[in-house]
Design a protein. Sequence first.
Length: 401
Amino acid sequence: MNYNKKSVEDIDVAGKRVLCRCDFNVPTKDGKITSDKRIVAALPTIQYLVKHGARVILCSHMGKPKNGPDPAFSLQVVAERLSELLGQPVKMAKDVVGESAQSLAASLKDGEVMLLENTRFEKGETKNDPELSKKLASMADIFVNDAFGTAHRAHASTAGVVQYAGLPAVCGYLIQKEISVMGKALADPERPFVAILGGAKVSDKLNVIANLLTKVDTLIIGGGMAYTFLAAKGYSVGKSLLDSEKIDYCREMMATAEKNGVKLLLPVDTTVADHFPDPIDGAIDVKVVDSDKIPDDMEGLDIGPKTMALYADAAKTAKTVVWNGPMGVFENPTLAKGTIAVAQALADSDAISIVGGGDSAAACEQLGFADRITHISTGGGASLEFLEGKELPGIACLMDR
Ligand code: ADP
Ligand code: MG
C-alpha cells in the first residue's frame, strides 16, 4: 500500500462542500460525554477547513445502534461539545442523508460547519451500500477522511463515497500522522527495529507476526500470546491462555525468525497465580517460575522479572519500537509490572516509539507514560491491520501524492 497520500493541504477547499469523516465515537454515560478526547483530536483538521473557507459537513458513527435511528446514539451531544471547542455553531442534522441533512448542506456558507446524524443509523453504512454512498457523496465536492479507527473497514462513509461516487479524497491531519509515522516504520525503519507484541487476542495477533518477521530485527512476545509460543517449544503452560490450533503456526514462525535472522524473544520466566483475578483489580497471590516450569494448576498472568530486564534492554537499544498489547493483566496492580517495565523502557529510550492497540494505549495513559511515546495510534484494529501489511480501504481510496 502507498502511504504517501494527499492531505487537506494539497487541495483547494475554499468554497467547496467538504464531507469530512471523523472519529466521534466518544464514550457516553447517561447521555453525557465522559471523554471528549476524540473530539479534541479532530479539531486541527476541522479548523483548517473552516479557516480556508470550506463548507464543512462532518460525519461519524458512535456506538453500535442496531435498528436505525435511536436517540441514545444521537450525535447531538457531539455537536454541542464541538461547537464549544470550535467557538462557532455546529448545525446538527436530524438524519444522515435525508431531507434535514440535504437542506442544511445546501444552505451551508463558506466557513460554516454542520454534523450529520450517526452514520450507523443507516443500515447501508456498514454494508458499504452503493446507494447510501452516492447519497452521502451527493452533498459534497470533496471527501476528507480523518477517522483512522474505522479506516480498516470499507463502509459507505469511510470508502464507499469514493469507490461508488468518485469523490476526490484526501486525508486529514490525524490519518496523515498515523500513516506517516507507522508507514515509515514499516517501509524504511531506523534500525534496530524492535516489535513488542502482547495482549489477549492471540489468534488475531498471530497474523501480524508473519509480516513483522520480514521487517524487524527483534521480535518480542509477551502477554497472553506468549504461552502458545512456549507450548510450541514443548513447555507445558498449565492453565495459561493457549490457542492450541496455532501451536504449529508458532513453530513455523520460530523457524522463519531463525531463517530471516530475526531475534525472537520469549519470556524466560513468568508470574503465575492459581486463578485469574476476580474482580480483575482484586488482591491476588502470585509467584514467579521459569517458563519451562509452569505448574499444571497455575495460570501465567504477567512476564517475570528476568524477562522484564531482558525486554527492557532490547527496547532501550532500539531506534524504532512498535508495541501492541500489554505484557500481562495490567488492570491488576500486582500483574502490571511487566507492562510498566516495557512502557518505562519505551519512555526512556530515544527511539521512535509507536503504540497501537486500545488496551496498550490505555495502559500507557493510565501509567503516565503517554507523553513520552512518539505516537499512540488512535486505532486498535486499524493499527493491527496496518502492521499486518493489509490494505486499509479508508486509506487506499485516498489520492496518492
Ligand atoms: P490491545 O487492546 O492493546 O490490542 P488486547 O486487547 O489484545 O490488547 O489485550 C489486552 C488484554 O490482555 C488486557 O485486558 C490484559 O488483561 C490481557 N492479558 C495480558 N496478558 C494476559 C495473560 N497472560 N493472560 C490473560 N490475559 C492477559
Ligand atoms: Mg483490546
